[in-house]
Design a binder for this molecule. Sequence first.
Ligand code: SIN
Length: 380
Amino acid sequence: MVQVKHLAVAVLATISQASASPLIFPRDDSSSSSNSTYAFTNLNGLSFTQMNTTLPNVTIFATGGTIAGSSPDNTATSGYQAGALGISSLISAVPEMLSVANVAGVQIANVGSGDITSSILLEMAHRLNTVVCNDPTIAGAVITHGTDTLEETAFFLDATVNCRKPIVVVGAMRPATAISADGPFNLLQAVTVASTSEARDRGALVVMNDRIASAYYVSKTNANTMDTFKAVEMGYLGSIVSNTPYFFYPPSEPTGKTPIDVTNITSIPRVDILYSYQDMSNDTLYAAVENGASGVVVAGSGAGSVNSVFSSAVEELVTEQQFPIVQSTRTGNGQVPFSSEGGISSGFLSPPKARILLGLLLAKGKDVEEIRGVFGKTGF
Ligand code: SIN
């Protein structure tokens, strides 16, 4: 019989402190559909697959991606369907998680990460702030995500969910149906990191391939291989060996980070990214403005440079029309320290991360000089 218990969070906390018995509501594995068998549902409606009072509680928000991907060919590492499996399948595939934490799965979306929208990001931030940050019984959260835009979501959550708890973003490079799929171990490691108090006060984290990285800095650096997530200059925060996380440094937050409160934000204005190259025309910039962009990030060559035609257009739009244009670099690493056109320099932020920050600042109603002030900190 399906066993569903509704208890007040306060009652659970009392039981946790008083009870020597670990399992208060064991899973009923005799059910033919154990995926829908929950041992405990909390006041926020999170259903945990077990409630073992000696373990931390972790929420898993699932969004799709390769970690939930499926293919009829178990050697396919491209061309498969991302976002095919639901959160209960991902949790059921890793029973080892239940020795680490009590987990509750929430399906936020089930898409390839190219289809993650700013509405989905905002919903995730709002829910994380409500059901994870504001609930003292939850230790941390995991977000399963496609790897292609994972760094954008991770950066967004780093800026908008700031309650000291670990918010861990995880993906996989091989679909769940592949030989040697990396998703199950990555998920176990992510839940383990989200459960540990040593992971607190470090901002959002990305856990992939035995490494722990700062969400603020990390990027996908290889289209195919499993060791793809790197912060080339800043390095990793730690590694995971035999499912034990080892942090190389004490807790600290990225130097240039600006936390942003999105409690009253309901939408994020459109920001476009334009890629710089020889012979680049400036009509792409004017087209972005005409088509409704509220800001533009330029992936400049070198330390943010653009050709002279494009440079004049940047200067005109920023200085005469107060239109925010952030100049970043297409090189993948390094700093854009200043803009000779009067644009806003991105500091150490890559174009995708600069786009997320600019969108958030525009949503908060910041003007060009205020935006310049925030980006001024990203170069330290
Ligand atoms: C995606 O980003 O959704 C597909 C690719 C991946 O998850 O690795």
